[in-house]
Design a protein around this ligand. Structure first.
Ligand code: NCD
Ligand code: ZN
Length: 447
């Protein structure tokens, strides 16, 4: 067997075990994973010494906003996927609130064509539940999207939330097409009522207009509809212990509901508003304790399925506006997800195996990419992230590789760093240096 790339003597982490192995890659796929010993094949074209490093299945970030088309002053496929590969992320799934939104077959095709030109890593798209039911049905059945996305309340892009009729029909279309529907679960009426009598303009006012009960109400309504339509749902970026509790209470009840958490909801405290002001504004809001620890614990024990960044960059000038109501929500995150969560592993708050599961097998199964993505096993795409678990670092926007890199993690110390990233057998980042080419990334959908 011809071997293109061999990673020698590396500690491979799967959701189940850790062991030292040699990993062989041929034609962009894993061709063998063997205990170190005499090599059974002809010498590999290229060898990387993995001694002292840990190999993770290439990360799948199931929630990014790469802004192209339409908002290319904030991010592009080139800069977003460049940040991704520096962060050890080998597959990204992009949300539909671009301009225009990804709400039709034609627009999904156009966005895939754009991504194809410049992406450094593999990519998939979510289709928006908007427009007409027929349009959603056509999009769901097109094979162009990994899932559908529904915004239940107001957020960046101010897309309308679908009414009950459209939502129910969308869920039926998703079921027929075997797709899961991702939800931004914040109840519009609850937020608008709180907002209508809010006169403060400081960052905490934003938090207070988006209470945990907005999340709870949205989850209740979503779960009810999912059960009625017998469809699969996913709650994006769970932000509160109450929201999580509501998800858990429905799960046992014949509702197929997965959920996700972000590093910012699981790691940031309320003092982030005093320290970072509008930079910390995001939907749903960062709540701090006791929600923060509850979410990290739920990720650690498997009640939360997936970990995703909700990478949502905006211009620094916009994030620094005086009134919180003039500040857009969201910030960069795709490149910092892994070092931040490796630090939680270092602190003993999360196992490495759980972190791996939540960034590989779980998102791959949630979004229909399994078994080709999300595991290091023979025949799967050779997506691999090599990390140094002991390397200390500090997060600074100036060192990151997206277009707008500021985040409320600025200045934070980390332990655990990405060394090398491999996408379908191609080394795209080697020892911290970009070696990949724009356009190497491929769509995960085949239509
Ligand atoms: C996201 C964005 O900017 O696109 N912002 C955010 O606060 N998370 C939109 C979203 O996911 O709500
Ligand atoms: Zn988002």
């Amino acid at each position: 067997m011809a071997v293109d790339l061999l990673i020698r003597n590396v500690t491979l982490v799967s959701p189940a075990v850790q062991r030292v192995v040699n990993i062989f890659i041929t034609d962009g796929a894993f061709s063998a994973i063997l205990t170190p010993g005499p090599l059974p094949f002809a010498p590999a074209a290229e060898t990387i010494d993995g001694t002292g490093l840990v190999a993770l299945p290439g990360l799948i970030d199931g929630h990014v906003h790469f802004r192209e088309p339409g908002l290319t002053h904030e991010e592009t496929w080139l800069t977003g996927t460049r940040a991704a590969v520096f962060g050890g992320v080998t597959t990204v799934l992009d949300m539909p609130n671009t301009v225009p939104p990804t709400d039709s077959v034609e627009r999904a095709r156009a966005k895939l064509a754009l991504a194809d030109l410049t992406a450094y890593c593999d990519f998939g798209l979510f289709g928006l539940v908007g427009g007409s039911a027929d349009q959603v049905g056509e999009l769901a059945g097109s094979g162009l999207v990994v899932g559908l996305k529904t915004f239940m309340g107001p957020t960046t892009g101010d897309l309308p939330s679908p009414d009950e009729d459209l939502l129910f029909k969308a869920l039926e279309h998703a079921r027929v097409s075997g797709l899961r529907v991702a939800f931004h679960a914040e109840d519009r009426a609850t937020i608008e009522a709180a907002r209508s009598h809010e006169t403060r303009t400081d960052p905490i006012a934003h938090l207070d207009t988006r209470p945990a009960k907005a999340e709870v109400r949205a989850v209740e309504r979503i779960a009810d509809l999912l059960r009625a339509a017998n469809a699969m749902g996913h709650i994006c970026h769970v932000s509160s212990a109450l929201g999580l509790h509501t998800i858990e209470s429905w799960r046992g009840d014949r509702v197929d509901l997965t959920c996700e958490v972000t590093p910012h909801h699981a790691l940031l405290d309320r003092d982030v508003y005093a320290d970072y002001g509008g930079m910390a504004k995001v939907n749903p809001p960062i709540r701090g304790e006791p929600d923060e620890s509850a979410l990290l614990a739920a990720l650690a024990d498997g009640r939360i399925d997936t970990l995703a960044s909700d990478h949502a960059p905006h211009l620094a000038a916009d994030k620094l506006r005086a009134s919180i109501w003039d500040v857009p929500s969201g910030f960069a995150g795709v490149e910092t997800l892994l070092p931040l969560m490796l630090s939680a592993v270092h602190d003993g708050r999360l196992s490495l195996e759980r972190l791996v599961h939540a960034t590989s097998e779980a998102p791959a199964k949630t979004w229909g990419l399994w078994p080709r993505k999300g595991q290091v096993s023979v025949g799967a795409d050779a997506d691999l992230t090599l990390v140094d678990l002991a390397r200390a670092g500090e997060i600074h926007a100036a060192d990151l590789h997206g277009m707008n890199n500021l985040s409320p993690f600025e200045g934070r110390a980390t332990v655990g760093a990405v060394v090398t990233t491999i996408v379908r057998g191609q080394v795209v980042v080697r020892d911290g240096v970009l070696t990949g080419a724009p356009g190497w990334g491929r769509p995960v959908t085949t239509a």
